[in-house]
Ligand binder design. Structure first.
Ligand SMILES: Cc1cc2nc3c(=O)[nH]c(=O)nc-3n(C[C@H](O)[C@H](O)[C@H](O)COP(=O)(O)O)c2cc1C
Length: 339
């Protein structure tokens, strides 16, 4: 039995969020455990969006919302680590319980609602982290900011994270902040991208470096809307898309009581849809536009399939919970072996 499967047996006896908090506290205090748990680190360098990645496997947003464990995840062998979602002001998120395991389906449902310590705390930590990996920062809006004013939250975060992030992600796809996904709709999406694009140009001049700006999208869209998004991001000079966030659908889980919990579903049941979205986006955006694939990657085989569907880079979250840190090297190795 590996060190992680032993630890997991204990962690799975606890409430999902509680075990998450304990794990993060341990990784934050002892970053070297990241390396010890992972074992091998895979070097399979790739250059994308002007950034150099050690390998194509990244940590998905939402696991380290406050950037407390960047060093630990770096030592775990991730090529890139995305922290956040962070909002301009700290906020507590939704009432607990708000995170549920669907163990036999290798899935999670969460409705955390962007619980985080605010952008200032994250920026301080990110600026101090010693790391080799690429660092992405994922930004969102506060729950009490009206949708009409959402752009100001994104702009406030963009200004603050710009000097410390290697790339920045605009998250408009969490199902747990009321109305957020409406920002994916054509007119609002266009307006938001115009404002963010202008701000990025100003920031690029001020800091003398142009940081890639990406958008993270939901899996719960018709093909037509996906096509509109693909066209809009290229029109506005966005550097890449991350697909997908969690789903509000419950594919194959309808009979489970826990499936009735509100929130976003991640893990194995999301895999087929997340694969389809990447394949469909790749067709619309052409060969060269950067796509990051995420959703239901739980093995090296899954990683390879997502890469073959059209993703340049991959991210994992739920797979890390069920499979442990060894999954990072397993996925990176699977891709390295099939260049
Ligand atoms: C508990 C939990 C919290 C999450 N929080 C965020 C978040 O704050 N921002 C974000 O963009 N995605 C968030 N996600 C979505 C993940 O980044 C990822 O897109 C999704 O879980 C699908 O990948 P997976 O199947 O590998 O987990 C969260 C996912 C989970 C399970």
């Amino acid at each position: 039995m590996s060190a992680y499967s032993l630890a997991r047996s204990a962690l799975f006896l606890m409430d999902a969020e509680r075990s998450h908090e304990l794990t993060l506290a341990m990784l934050s205090r002892y970053p070297q455990t990241g390396g010890l748990l992972a074992g091998a680190i895979v070097d399979d360098p790739v250059r994308l969006m002007g950034l150099d990645f050690r390998n194509r496997i990244g940590l998905a947003a939402g696991l380290d919302k406050n950037g407390e464990c960047i060093e630990a995840f770096d030592r775990m062998g991730f090529g890139f680590v995305e922290v956040g979602t962070v909002t301009p002001r700290p906020q507590p998120g939704n009432p607990r319980p708000r995170m549920f395991r669907l163990r036999s389906d290798q899935a999670l449902i969460n409705r955390l609602g962007f619980n985080n310590q605010g952008v200032d705390a994250l920026v301080t930590r990110a600026s101090r982290a010693r790391r080799r990996c690429v660092l992405g920062i994922n930004i969102g809006k506060n729950a009490d900011t009206p949708l009409e004013l959402a752009e100001y939250d994104y702009l406030a975060c963009l200004h603050k994270v710009y000097p410390v992030a290697d790339y920045i992600v605009v998250n408009i796809s969490s199902p747990n902040t009321a109305g957020l996904r409406q920002l994916q709709e054509a007119e609002r999406f266009d307006q938001l991208l115009v404002k963010l694009g202008e701000a990025r140009e100003t920031l690029a001049q001020r800091h003398g470096k142009r940081r890639p700006l990406l958008v993270k999208i939901a899996p719960d869209m018709e093909d037509q809307q996906l096509l509109e998004i693909a066209n809009a991001v290229r029109r506005h000079g966005i550097d890449g898309l991350i697909a997908t966030n969690t789903t509000i659908a419950r594919p194959g889980l309808e009979a489970l009581t826990v499936a009735a919990e509100k929130g976003g579903l991640s893990g194995a049941p999301l895999k087929p849809r997340a694969n389809q979205v990447i394949a469909s986006l790749r067709t619309s955006v052409g060969a060269d536009f950067p796509l990051i694939g995420v959703g239901g990657i739980l093995s090296g085989e899954d990683a390879l399939a997502r890469r073959q569907a059209g993703a340049d880079l991959l991210q994992i979250y739920t797979g890390l919970i069920y499979r442990g840190p060894g999954l990072v090297a397993e996925c990176a190795q699977a891709l390295a072996a099939h260049r």
